[in-house]
Design a binder for this molecule. Structure first.
Ligand SMILES: *[C@@H]1O[C@H](CO)[C@@H](O)[C@H](O)[C@H]1NC(C)=O
Ligand SMILES: *[C@@H]1O[C@H](CO)[C@@H](O)[C@H](O)[C@H]1NC(C)=O
Ligand SMILES: *[C@@H]1O[C@H](CO)[C@@H](O)[C@H](O)[C@H]1NC(C)=O
Ligand SMILES: *[C@@H]1O[C@H](CO)[C@@H](O)[C@H](O)[C@H]1NC(C)=O
Ligand SMILES: *[C@@H]1O[C@H](CO)[C@@H](O)[C@H](O)[C@H]1NC(C)=O
Ligand SMILES: *[C@@H]1O[C@H](CO)[C@@H](O)[C@H](O)[C@H]1NC(C)=O
Length: 602
């Protein structure tokens, strides 16, 4: 965890205590990038009165201690396994040094930003201010511009560099939005849209075939994935969850993705009639809306809620809608422009004393579009959730080893570090070492899908839990394979996988087949939620952060995927192999086997 522990910056003793002449103080560059990432170009200077919601992250000097707790409570062989921390305990371990609070307060006050105008996170480790571009430019000694995205036409207000008085450098981890251009798109590779009403799922031809667990499954599951198929394939047909044992499943929605309730009920009627009429809890974060008009339905949100809540019913569900501000329209003078969802989501969930035990997210972007400082802080937030006992799952991305362009031949796999060299492009948060990342498979026998995102982080080093599994994979590669294209000592992903093609989703009243690791993450998360259900019923702790368990013993209860590869950047990508690989991870779930394992653990 070398890179991550950079967060625990050595505390600088020589602090000024009296009034600091910030305004006269020499500014020094805090963060800069080599121009905007591919696709973005600089347009006009940002309007001076445009309002920015700036989030300031203060260092967390006790993070290494928090991380130590995470490893202990997540390791099934450790005596403290399952002894998850409370909100009060993690808040104390995330808190900034009091002197950091003082000096940052003084700096803000010197611009007239007093306590009443500040929004603080529960652990005081983030401060949010609302300021016009003109003031932000003065405070950060920078110039904001409007940047436009060539393909989508979106506009955002950003800069490529910002500065702070030197005295503040050790007291501020990052300020955003400044240099972050990530779009955090949904990981849904394709939607085979058809205007014809599709044939009903259940009407597909009969017969059975042998599934990955060795049992007989409907032959139709080889071409269209339903709730019933997933329960058959992953061996949970006989398991019933409880509505009342305290277990919950959380799903996240960003970027104005709304889960349509009429579509959900229609899906239940078709795929899980016993769930028909049931509902979930909607949570709005930072003004996240819940537009129930049919036209506003989001495929991603529909997919997540239909399969996540459908598979785990009657487990109570929570859907978090975090405002993805509408793209900034330079002519409309949109009042705010945040477009940075994860820190808002984390602020909210980390402020709650009780959390769902399992949470799935299917959004992300190229790691290099996310500044390292921001990636580290958001990733650290995931570690906190793990320490609190939450299993956090993310989709691995839908571009194989490449960049999002579905045509591997035209992918732009260039580094944005000023060198402009060809590189595989890992995804974030998929490559965060504190989350469980889910790749995709297709067909029976299960094969890794070509779009399944996988590879090695350029930001985070390989965590100890995957040392053996990943080293074994790397040793199998022919010497020199893809040299220079990936960072072999980086955090490797995905961790696991699940089906991700031809999910029968109801969208605007019609059944549409959807593909993507967006299908795989809520699927794997649902089986984890069922395992948490069983553990709660047996008066055991929830599983919490899964990876130490998955890599030490959990893999023995997964179906190893050994076929398929994930092309990108003009290469064939990595191969699925026996054991862990950067296409399918450790494999897909065998619920009965996993159940035996997790009930045998303390
Ligand atoms: C779990 O506990 C609930 C009561 O809290 C009970 O109704 C249910 O049958 C139990 N489920 C299992 C699988 O043991
Ligand atoms: C289900 O919950 C959502 C969100 O809380 C709410 O908007 C909707 O009206 C509810 N639907 C039904 C049928 O109760
Ligand atoms: C909901 O979405 C529809 C369709 O996109 C749009 O016309 C309507 O204005 C939206 N409603 C609200 C309250 O945003
Ligand atoms: C990077 O190199 C590629 C190929 O030589 C070129 O097409 C592209 O414009 C370069 N990008 C930048 C930002 O220099
Ligand atoms: C499932 O479909 C794939 C692709 O069409 C095919 O190759 C495979 O043989 C099928 N599996 C079975 C068990 O029929
Ligand atoms: C993947 O397997 C193919 C066929 O066996 C082989 O030619 C190729 O070198 C392998 N690629 C990697 C990256 O291991």
């Amino acid at each position: 965890m070398r890179l991550i522990s950079l967060l625990g910056l050595p505390f600088v003793a020589a602090l000024a205590t009296a009034a600091v002449p910030f305004k006269g103080c020499q500014h020094k560059v805090k963060e800069s990038i080599h121009g905007p990432p591919h696709g973005w170009s600089r347009h006009t200077p940002a309007p001076k009165h445009h309002m920015l919601q700036l989030k300031i992250a203060l260092p967390q000097p006790k993070f290494p201690e928090l991380e130590q707790h995470l490893w202990e409570v997540s390791d099934p062989d450790h005596p403290r396994y399952g002894a998850h921390l409370s909100k009060g305990e993690t808040d104390a371990l995330m808190a900034p040094h009091p002197e950091t609070l003082d000096i940052v307060n003084e700096w803000l006050a010197s611009y007239g930003l007093t306590e009443e105008s500040l929004i603080r996170s529960s652990a005081n480790d983030w401060v949010t201010i609302r300021v016009p571009v003109s003031l932000a430019e003065e405070m950060l000694d920078t110039s904001y511009h409007v940047y436009k995205h060539a393909e989508t036409g979106e506009s955002i207000v950003r800069t490529t560099s910002y500065s702070l008085p030197e005295i503040l450098h050790d007291h501020v981890d990052l300020i955003q939005p400044t240099t972050m251009f990530a779009r955090f798109k949904t990981f849904k590779s394709t939607l085979h849209w058809s205007n014809e009403a599709q044939s009903q799922v259940s009407s597909t031809s009969g017969g059975t075939i042998t599934g990955p667990a060795g049992n007989q499954v409907d032959a139709s599951c080889n071409s269209s994935i339903t709730i019933s198929c997933l329960k058959q394939l992953y061996n949970s047909v006989d398991y019933t969850t409880s509505a009342t044992n305290g277990n919950k499943l959380g799903l996240t929605g960003y970027l104005g993705q709304y889960a349509n309730n009429m579509d959900l009920q229609q899906f239940y009627q078709l795929e899980n009639p016993s769930a028909y009429g049931s509902n979930y809890t909607f949570v709005s974060i930072n003004g996240g809306l819940n537009n129930q008009s049919y036209e506003a339905a989001g495929i991603e949100a529909n997919l997540d809620t239909q399969f996540g809540f459908g598979l785990t019913w009657p487990t109570p569900g929570t859907f978090y809608s975090t405002a993805g501000e509408p793209p900034f329209d330079p002519d409309m003078l949109t009042p705010t422009d945040t477009n940075e969802p994860y820190s808002y989501w984390l602020d909210y969930v980390l402020s709650r004393p009780m959390l769902p035990q399992t949470i799935s997210t299917s959004y992300g972007d190229d790691e290099q579009t996310v500044p390292f400082t921001y990636a580290s802080r958001v990733c650290a937030g995931m570690a906190v959730l793990g320490a609190r006992g939450v299993s956090i799952l993310f989709s691995s991305g839908d571009s194989g080893v490449g960049d999002g362009d579905p045509d591997p031949a035209t992918q732009i796999c260039y580094s944005n570090d000023g060198l402009n060299v060809t590189k595989f492009l890992p995804a974030f948060p998929a490559a965060c070492p504190y989350v469980t990342t889910v790749g995709a498979t297709v067909n029976i026998p299960e094969t890794a899908v070509s779009f399944s995102g996988g590879g090695f982080s350029n930001y985070f080093v390989r965590p100890a839990y995957q040392e053996v599994a990943v080293s074994e994979y790397l040793e199998k590669l022919a010497p020199g394979t893809y040299e220079g294209l990936f960072t072999p000592y980086g955090r490797a992903y995905p961790d696991v996988s699940a089906q991700g093609v031809n999910f029968a989703v109801i969208y605007q009243g019609k059944e549409v087949p959807v593909d993507g690791t967006s299908c795989s993450s809520p699927t794997f998360a649902s089986f984890i939620s069922m395992l948490n259900d069983a553990r709660l019923n047996a008066s055991k702790s929830p599983l919490g952060f899964l990876n130490p368990f998955l890599y030490s013993t959990g893999y023995t209860a997964l179906n190893d995927i050994t076929m398929g590869h994930n092309p990108g950047c003009g290469t064939q990508g990595f191969n699925a192999t026996t054991g862990w690989d950067p296409v399918s991870g450790l494999g897909t779930p065998n619920f009965e086997k996993l159940l035996g394992l997790v009930l045998s653990m303390s």
